[in-house]
Ligand binder design. Structure first.
Ligand SMILES: [Ca+2]
Ligand SMILES: [Ca+2]
Length: 241
């Protein structure tokens, strides 16, 4: 074990023995994604693809793990032999709000997540277009995103991707924030516009708690504690000799 590892270990132990805010000060864990299956993957082996590696899901369906379909038929799109050439942003599956119907009536997906009242959360998601080589896949595409609870909607916004060439698949990142007002928050996304006929893609959704401003100061305090330990240790050792 080198000295930096030893000191870090000492500091972490020190943090564990101190009060909660001091322990938090040296915790550098990445924020937890509160969305279950934000990548729309086949994590429970429920996907049954057709000849286009697509699974058509009707409103009310809960076949896609973590999500409930609403509004219209949804395409749960996979990648593989016979697919439409649309590449997922993450993993190998995505959802298409135009489904097979492609008629301008859009599907949506919704999920309830556990939240802390008063905490600010950031929602990050990706809108997809293209991948087929057909201009009908080129976008621009629009997705309406909402967050709220039984008492109302906190956030309601339409996000529009850019258009462009239809191949390869292009994914654009969007985000918004909301302050939770209940212990359960419902997030939902549905199609709101499309260039061409055939695809309004969504993939790679994440909801994470936004650290309070004071947390950054605490993290800096933790770093200073580690630095102080590194500087102090040689003098301690020299006294022992
Ligand atoms: Ca995915
Ligand atoms: Ca479609």
């Amino acid at each position: 074990m080198n000295r930096i590892t030893q000191v870090l270990g000492t500091s972490l132990l020190l943090g564990a023995s101190l009060c909660p805010w001091e322990a938090q000060a040296i915790s550098l864990d990445p924020p937890t994604n509160l969305v279950y299956n934000g990548s729309f993957e086949d994590i429970e082996s429920t996907f049954i693809g057709d000849s286009h590696v697509n699974m058509s899901l009707l409103p009310g369906s809960m076949t896609l793990p973590g999500w409930t379909v609403f509004g219209a038929e949804l395409g749960w799109v996979g990648m593989g032999q016979g697919d439409w050439g649309v590449d997922a942003k993450d993993g190998n599956k995505l959802v298409d709000f135009t489904g097979y119907h492609n008629d301008g009536v859009y599907a949506g997906v919704t999920q309830d997540i556990l939240t802390d009242v008063g905490t600010v959360y950031e929602v990050v998601f990706h809108i997809g277009r293209g991948g087929n080589g057909d201009a009908n896949y080129a976008g621009p595409n629009a997705v309406r995103a909402m967050a709220g609870d039984l008492s109302g909607v906190y956030h309601d916004e339409v996000f529009t991707s850019s258009g462009g060439t239809s191949d390869p698949t292009a994914w654009e990142r969007f985000s918004f924030r909301f302050t939770a007002q209940d212990m359960v928050t419902t997030i939902s996304f549905h199609g709101a516009g499309k260039g061409g006929c055939c695809l309004v893609g969504l993939d790679d959704v994440a909801v994470t708690a936004v650290p309070e401003p004071g947390t950054y100061a605490l993290i800096a305090t933790g770093a200073l504690m580690v630095g102080w330990q590194l500087r102090r240790r040689p003098r301690q050792n020299s006294r022992m000799i």
